[in-house]
Ligand binder design. Structure first.
Ligand SMILES: [Zn+2]
Ligand SMILES: [Zn+2]
Length: 175
């Protein structure tokens, strides 16, 4: 699970630390992606600071050939999660302004998944490529050129073929 009940830690003094191993699926981009790793959690005066070191992988689309491929995730982040209710009285706490919006829910569950989702999406480059030398798709016939060359590209490879190809077209036209 990528969520932890932190009610015990919230009863501990400021500065107290805990560590957990996490493992579970996270919905990153409409698809469940496996994520696992280690988190350190420290009690603060207003919640818990999380230091996460996680790895995993997600499926993304190559910007050149549009094929799906697995993108390795390496997520190292630190975030403070704010308490939303007082441990003793159970009353609602007002959240500090101008801070990140990660919170511990009223049942004292600290859920890592939203932060994982955000950091995972940030880790993907704008123009991700399935391989450094992705050949892309043929602009004429749409063939994925990583799989096999299409005939359009073969025609372009060597201009000396041009007269022969013209002849071929002519012959085809006669049939
Ligand atoms: Zn590609
Ligand atoms: Zn083509």
């Amino acid at each position: 699970m990528l969520a932890i009940n932190v009610s015990q830690q919230l009863k501990e003094p400021i500065g107290s630390e805990r560590e957990y191993d996490l493992d579970g699926p996270v919905d990153i981009d409409g698809e469940e992606s496996p994520v696992s790793g280690h988190v350190k959690m420290m009690r603060t005066d207003r919640g818990i600071i999380v230091k996460a070191n996680l790895t995993g992988e997600m499926k993304i689309t190559c910007s050149r050939c549009l094929a799906e491929f697995n993108w390795p995730l390496k997520l190292d982040f630190q975030e403070e999660y704010f308490q939303t209710v007082d441990m003793v009285s159970g009353s609602r706490l007002s959240l500090p302004k101008d801070t990140g919006n990660f919170t511990i829910d009223p049942k004292h569950i600290l859920d890592f998944r939203e932060a994982v989702r955000q950091y995972a999406l940030l880790s993907v480059p704008m123009k991700a490529l399935c391989q450094e030398k992705c050949a892309g798709v043929c602009p004429e016939c749409g063939q994925n050129l990583n799989q096999e060359p299409c005939e359009c590209s073969m025609k372009k490879v060597d201009p000396r073929w041009a007269p022969l190809l013209k002849l071929e077209d002519k012959l085809k036209g006669k049939e």
